[in-house]
Design a protein around this ligand. Structure first.
Ligand SMILES: Nc1nc2c(ncn2[C@@H]2O[C@H](COP(=O)(O)OP(=O)(O)OP(=O)(O)O)[C@@H](O)[C@H]2O)c(=O)[nH]1
Ligand SMILES: [Mg+2]
Length: 382
């Protein structure tokens, strides 16, 4: 684990909000393989263009970083190219901001070709504005003269264009993949199966619900997805065929979770993954009912759906982790626990209703007999 110091400038947030932001940033650090050794905050009215925080605070941050033997500093604010460059020089450590932290997690987790291309495009989109500012500064320091600066700017312009071209190429490759996926999803449509998409704040239990539904009606658990106690455990979306009841089946997709202030360039880059959401017949929003922040997290999900322009889609709220909650404040949703199985039957009945599948859900004559037969055969086989 890499030791780091978490730093930030608090401008508008009240104390409680600031604490939440720091805690969530610490969880992001953990998800990235970093251990937070200390937290340094400054309360201020404005940002300093050179170093975000004031020079006195930079000195204090340096002292703490040395004492904690930190290998890096993570800022929970966004930093400009100039701020990144100045801070890493003055602290003599690697410095990253919150967007770069999220990017790093995504880079570590990206498995499929699509996810890797998306992350690469996001990394370049992140670098583009920062590259310009940082390098102009470096050139000014090196040469000083007007002529030199001009040469530097030309060089910068060239690298900027190179990056822009790389981004365009990546998007072209992604478009190609997206076309292939549309063919797949047309095939799925022809299969007549309704598509349901799991959405929600990161760590709410989307992948766990996918797994719970996969095993609920089938004797042997197959095709499970990874679930873990960390932010952004899921990056690649996965679609599975789920039997609800009788002959009623759906296609269920698990997707990347949302967090507050998800940078635009990341959301843009993940457009093709998020295509699953756009094509869904129903969105199943998973909420961690045991998190004191669930209302805020739900609000973040709503904002993200607004940004993705999918607010018009039918949505069903699922309050998860019922095993951890004593009081249940909401009525317009279903309370479940992926861990104990509580509420899953009710959820399935609601899904059948919402998706107009009740007629298929009734066991046809002989169905029970058949499943009993195959069950017995399984037993005999052992
Ligand atoms: N106590 C309890 N824990 C649960 C329940 N459901 C999920 N969890 C835990 O919550 C954590 C996150 O679960 P995931 O299913 O990975 O959550 P996710 O929404 O897919 O998260 P991301 O992929 O990171 O967005 C895991 O440690 C699960 O074991 C539940 O019903 N009760
Ligand atoms: Mg997941």
């Amino acid at each position: 684990m890499k030791s780091i110091v978490l730093a930030g400038l608090r401008i508008q947030e009240n104390e409680a909000e600031w604490e939440q932001k720091l805690s969530e940033a610490a969880m992001l650090c953990k998800a990235c393989g970093m251990e937070v050794k200390a937290r340094v905050s400054q309360k201020g009215q404005k940002t300093h263009p050179r170093t975000l925080i004031g020079s006195g605070k930079v000195a204090e941050l340096k002292q703490i970083s040395v004492a904690e033997q930190a290998e890096g500093v993570v800022f929970i604010n966004e930093l400009s190219g100039i701020q990144l460059r100045n801070l890493s020089q003055e602290l003599a450590l690697s410095v990253i901001d919150r967007s770069a932290l999220i990017l790093e997690i995504f880079e570590q987790r990206a498995r499929t070709r699509q996810a890797r291309l998306q992350v690469e495009a996001a990394r370049l989109a992140y670098q583009l504005p920062r590259l310009v500012l940082g390098q102009i500064h470096a050139d000014q320091q090196q040469g000083g003269g007007v002529r030199n600066r001009g040469a530097g700017e030309t060089r910068l312009e060239r690298s900027r264009r190179t990056i822009e071209k790389q981004i365009r190429d990546l998007h072209a490759q992604l478009k190609q993949l997206q076309l292939q996926q549309s063919v797949q999803s047309r095939k799925r449509r022809r299969s007549g199966l309704k598509q349901v998409c799991l959405i929600g704040y990161s760590n709410a239990g989307k992948s766990s619900l996918m797994n719970a539904l996969l095993t609920f009606r089938s004797i042997s658990p197959t095709k499970q997805v990874d679930a873990a106690d960390q932010l952004f455990a899921t990056l690649d979306s996965a679609t599975r065929r789920i039997k609800l009841a009788g002959r009623a089946e759906i296609l269920l997709s698990d997707t990347v979770g949302f967090v507050r202030d998800l940078p635009d360039f990341l959301l843009d880059a993940f457009e093709s993954t998020l295509q699953e959401i756009q094509e869904a017949d129903l969105l199943l929003e998973v909420i961690d009912a045991s998190d004191p922040q669930w209302e805020f997290q739900h609000e973040v999900v709503m904002q993200t759906l607004r940004r993705l322009q999918v607010l018009q889609l039918d949505r069903l709220l699922v309050f998860n982790k019922a095993d951890r909650v004593e009081q249940w404040p909401r009525k317009d949703g279903i309370l479940i626990s992926c861990q104990t199985g509580q509420g899953l039957e009710e959820l399935i009945q609601e899904l059948l209703l919402r998706l107009d599948l009740t007629s298929l859900a009734k066991p046809e004559i002989g169905d029970e007999f058949l499943s009993e037969l195959s069950y017995n055969e399984d037993e005999r086989g052992e």
